[in-house]
Design a protein around this ligand. Structure first.
Ligand SMILES: [Ca+2]
Length: 95
């Protein structure tokens, strides 16, 4: 699970902080979901830190192998201007 927390300056008065979770899949290499799927990987990591589904859905890579997954965070407020800070929270375990 990856949870993205952001703060926006343009909308700082109304959005001092905002939590975004992945809402779209862009690309991936060397990463699969719990069912060996390689599409819509954002769906395995979109619960947020407070709503984790435990070990039900997750992403995995092969041991000692590199990889990446690109996801979108498009659920920003309509008055989004710019981001001041960006914090990524990751829940992980070693198999
Ligand atoms: Ca999950």
């Amino acid at each position: 699970m990856i949870q993205f927390s952001t703060a926006f300056s343009g909308a700082f008065a109304t959005h001092p902080s905002l939590t975004l979770t992945p809402d779209g899949h862009v690309s991936a290499s060397g990463i699969q979901d719990q069912d060996a799927g390689t599409t819509n990987l954002h769906q395995a990591i979109n619960e947020g830190m407070d709503n984790t589904d435990g070990d039900t859905t997750y992403l995995v890579n092969s041991a000692n192998a590199g990889g990446h997954v690109w996801v979108t965070l498009s659920d920003t407020p309509s008055d989004f201007a710019e981001m001041l800070t960006f914090k990524i929270q990751v829940r992980a375990r070693k198999a």
